[in-house]
Ligand binder design. Structure first.
Ligand code: FRU
Length: 479
């Protein structure tokens, strides 16, 4: 078979490193007007290895400036995922990072570094590693804040024993010494490892007197016959009393129904205590085969998290960031178009597509995206099955990796009106269903030019459509 070199356009409103390999977001922190994004990075090549913390920052969560590597690997020690928290003492700001030291002998333990220049240069703690269980899959420390009912404050650290499928909880009052408090898990599928935990308090339906705690876990299949669907994120809603996470359910809920949303964590210190999550938009199953160059790996849009009651139970809602919501609000009034004939639009490869329709009158709706690649992305919503399917297929899709072609399914109430917001940025497609009640995030290969969006419905009906091009801004990158 002839191998075609497929051009993958670089995203313009998502972060990608200028060159080389990137995976998980690390150390997300807001500090004095800047959103910092550290990330798992190989400074020397397009494949996973030499893991270090790369660094980028943004004032608006849309345009990112890449900075020099913040925490480089060294002989015998890679710097795996972790987190950063911001503190103020006498008006001076200090950032404290916790990361996993992955040693050559297989040992994984937690280490600490501090920055007093706003996150640009870091000093490692001479006592590193500062939290060591003598085990080989103890990783991904996430430090969060906890204040009890009496106003007493403590730091909480979550870290996984990845292969045991456990989250360990520690507490500290000085961000130096940590005491083990409790362990959550194992539960659910035992053919996965748990990675990159996070724990976030969220009000249910905006009620400050009804706070639930949401535990986030990234799951990656391991072993022989590992699930070809690969990596995915889950969440579980419960309570946290400063010591232990408890929950009445044993069900891990799927966070995103697509294939490419992994290792998502939230920012520390976001204004208004907003819970804003960024994830890596790839999947360990084929991440190393994705043919983008000279960069490999992209971050998702930053998502604003909340809890909303739906059919009597609280569910996670993930809304797009403010710049996307503002672009939508400022766009032309949405026309209602008749689908007696197929509707066809040309959009740039960096666009928002906002659709609303009532399946009770249109029946099944199909949206197909086609660019200059031999590949298609199609979305189908059927009121009878009550599900939304997103399929990526075609020769150029198959050429990425045998497990790259896929169909993702979102269960929905089939007859209720539907709103879909598609964010397409080069190879990154994120679909927000019904204002973030469900999401589907996928890498796609559509080619490098204009994309045609075609809409058909089983019955002639009305579909409200808005298409918004997101213009590329010059993205400064510092070396
Ligand atoms: C998750 C992960 C983490 C680890 C990092 C290594 O994608 O496997 O558990 O810290 O990537 O790059």
């Amino acid at each position: 078979m002839e191998i075609r070199k497929l051009p993958i356009p670089r995203p313009t409103f998502h972060f990608t490193p200028q060159s080389n390999w990137m995976n998980d977001p690390n150390g997300l922190v807001f500090d004095r007007g800047l959103w910092h994004l550290y990330f798992q990075y190989n400074p020397e090549g397009p494949d996973w290895g030499n893991m270090s913390w790369g660094h980028a920052s943004s004032t608006d969560l849309q345009n990112w400036t890449e900075h020099p590597v913040a925490l480089p690997y060294r002989q015998g020690e890679q710097i795996y995922s972790g987190s950063v928290v911001a503190t103020q003492t006498n008006g001076d700001s200090l950032l404290t990072a916790y990361y996993t030291s992955a040693f050559e002998n297989g040992r994984q333990a937690q280490s600490r570094a501090t920055s007093s220049d706003g996150g640009f240069t870091w000093e490692q703690d001479p006592q590193n590693p500062v939290l060591d269980r003598g085990t080989n899959a103890f990783r991904d420390p996430k430090v969060i804040r906890y204040t009890d009912d009496h106003g007493d404050f403590r730091w909480i650290m979550l870290a996984v024993e990845a292969e045991d499928r456990q989250v360990l909880f520690y507490h500290s009052t000085d961000l130096r010494s940590w005491t083990h408090q409790s362990t959550f898990g194992p539960l659910g599928d035992d053919r996965v490892v748990w990675e990159c935990p996070d724990l976030v308090p969220l009000p249910v339906d905006d009620d400050p007197n009804n706070i639930k705690w949401v535990l986030f876990i990234s799951k990656n299949p391991v072993g022989e016959d590992a699930d070809p669907d690969g990596s995915s994120m889950s969440y579980i809603i419960g309570d946290f009393d400063g010591t232990a996470f408890t929950t009445e359910t044993t069900e891990l809920l799927r966070l995103d129904h697509g294939r490419d949303f992994y290792a998502g964590v939230t920012f520390d210190n976001a204004p208004g205590n907003a819970a804003i999550m960024i994830a890596w938009m790839s999947n360990w199953r084929y991440a190393g085969a994705f043919p983008s160059a000279p960069w490999r790996g992209s971050m998702s849009l930053p998502r604003q998290l909340s809890l909303r009651t739906s059919a009597g139970v609280a569910r996670l809602v993930q809304e797009p960031p403010e710049f996307i919501r503002t672009s939508l609000a400022e766009s032309q009034p949405v026309p209602r178009l008749d689908t007696a004939q197929p509707l066809s639009f040309a959009v740039s490869g960096h666009s928002l597509i906002d659709l609303r329709w009532d399946p009770a009158s249109t029946g099944t709706l199909r949206l197909k995206l086609q660019g200059d690649a031999d590949a298609q992305v199609s979305i189908e919503h059927s009121p009878t099955s009550g599900a939304l399917h997103l399929t990526r297929q075609g020769r150029d899709t198959q050429a990425v990796h045998a497990d790259f072609p896929s169909t993702s399914t979102v269960p929905l109430d089939g007859t209720a009106p539907v709103r879909l917001l598609l964010s397409l940025d080069g190879p990154l497609l994120e679909v927000f269903v019904n204002d973030g009640e469900s999401t589907v995030s996928n890498l796609v290969v559509l080619g490098s030019g204009t994309v045609t969006a075609m809409i058909t419905t089983d019955e002639p009906g009305q579909v409200a459509v808005a298409m918004i091009n997101i213009p590329a801004l010059d993205c400064a990158r510092q070396d």
